[in-house]
Design a protein around this ligand. Sequence first.
Ligand code: NDP
Ligand code: X2W
Length: 316
Amino acid sequence: MAAPKVFIDGEAGTTGLQIYERLVGRTDIELLSIDPARRKDTDARAELLNAADVAILCLPDDASREAVGLVTNPDTRIIDASTAFRTAEGWTYGFHELEPGHAKVVAASKRVSNPGCYPTGAVALIRPLVQAGLLPADYPITVNAISGYSGGGKGMIAEFEDASAPNHTTVPYRLYGLGLNHKHVPEMQKYGALLTKPIFEPAVGRYAQGMLVQVPLHLELLSGAPSLGDLQKTLADHYRGCAFVEVASIEEAKSLGTLDPEGLNGTNRMKLFVFGSDTSGQARLVALLDNLGKGASGAAVQSMNLMLGLPETTGL
Ligand SMILES: NC(=O)C1=CN([C@@H]2O[C@H](COP(=O)(O)OP(=O)(O)OC[C@H]3O[C@@H](n4cnc5c(N)ncnc54)[C@H](OP(=O)(O)O)[C@@H]3O)[C@@H](O)[C@H]2O)C=CC1
Ligand SMILES: CC(=O)N[C@@H](CCC(=O)OP(=O)(O)O)C(=O)O
């Protein structure tokens, strides 16, 4: 039987290139590549999109919407890495670990939206606690996060790395999203199962890749005033058996004095930590992941594997 065909639209971009590198050596799929000179040519893209069994879109939102509109082959299945369809009807959210059985839903879907990098961490921390009844759905959640500059794609990479770029910067760290209207907020609220819009405080640092996503909580405001151990156990129970999501034990978390955002770079893994103090009644939940791994390209390959009936860990 012929190997299924996969086309990456936006293969030359940051996310696209990382997916290409994960797929190029594989013999269980056939990678369709566009002539670099025609990579923005609508006809050339439409031809390959419709020839693919799975098309992975690694494009800005508008170009993603355009690409979806170019697909007329009912057998072409789409994984979109942009923000365009993450909360849209008819699309499956590609966070396999969302709840038991969700990987099967992804496997059967024709349209899968790849989760945002920050929401992957935030949703992973928040949703199981809401579903377990510990975290009230109307809790005033704050999500604080730092990402490496590759999170902003080719444009931001040039800004930090290319001294000749018009917007070149040498700042070590900066806050952004100050108007509290970051594009990831609706996604965090929807898949975090929250009734209240979270306050999202992102920052970018002068390093390429890797992120930390934090959710601070006051334990006495949670249902039943749980301990740090109760929160850790709820998360650990939820992610037990997941190949790519791990929950640190309370002992491991207590043994750490610091946490490095680059710790899982180059992997499709995410690790969750419950820090804090039962004595002070405060928790600091943290997700560690690679924005280009589990936060983008790794997650897209995980979905592609499932959609093609392959083990989700293939090539990851
Ligand atoms: N970087 C990250 O950590 C993450 C990114 N994403 C999402 O993935 C998507 C891609 O982001 P990223 O890879 O970072 O961005 P990049 O800017 O690095 O790459 C986007 C690519 O798309 C190309 N492109 C733009 N318009 C078109 C078009 N009309 N037709 C064909 N190609 C086009 C660009 O071309 P050109 O080279 O000419 O600019 C570029 O190569 C975005 O939607 C982003 O939100 C998701 C999670 C994390
Ligand atoms: C550092 C930085 O700028 N990060 C990007 C997020 C990455 C991205 O492009 O968003 P998705 O994960 O939804 O695709 C931002 O905040 O806009």
